[in-house]
Unconditional design. Structure first.
Length: 106
């Protein structure tokens, strides 16, 4: 596993239950705000879903991944809803309520 992926996984582990972060937020926290795609690649090959809650990472619009790596399209939403994450009528995460705001950049 690359050091970049390790940095990304450490930040994803910090996201509390009931909250989400964006790919861009995780990229910035990992040391490079241009790594949003790299975050996506890292989460797609997540070695431990139990340890690294990749389902808590969504795009900047609050949309879940169309091809969620651990079970298909609707699994990410189901996992988030079980943790108390709410969704808008359009099917996006309610970012006003659920965006992780306790973030400090390195």
């Amino acid at each position: 596993m690359s050091n970049t992926y390790k940095l990304i996984y450490e930040q994803v582990k910090r996201i509390p239950k009931g909250k989400v972060a964006t790919y861009g937020m995780i990229a910035a926290l990992s040391g490079n705000d241009r790594w949003a795609r790299v975050v996506g690649y890292a989460l797609h090959v997540n070695p431990s879903q139990e340890e690294i809650p990749c389902h808590r990472v969504v795009n900047r619009y609050g949309e879940t991944a169309a091809a969620f790596a651990f079970g298909g399209k609707d699994i990410q939403r189901e996992l988030l809803e079980k943790e108390g994450v709410t969704f808008t009528a359009e099917g996006r995460v309610n970012m006003r309520e659920c965006l992780w705001d306790n973030v400090t950049l390195l």
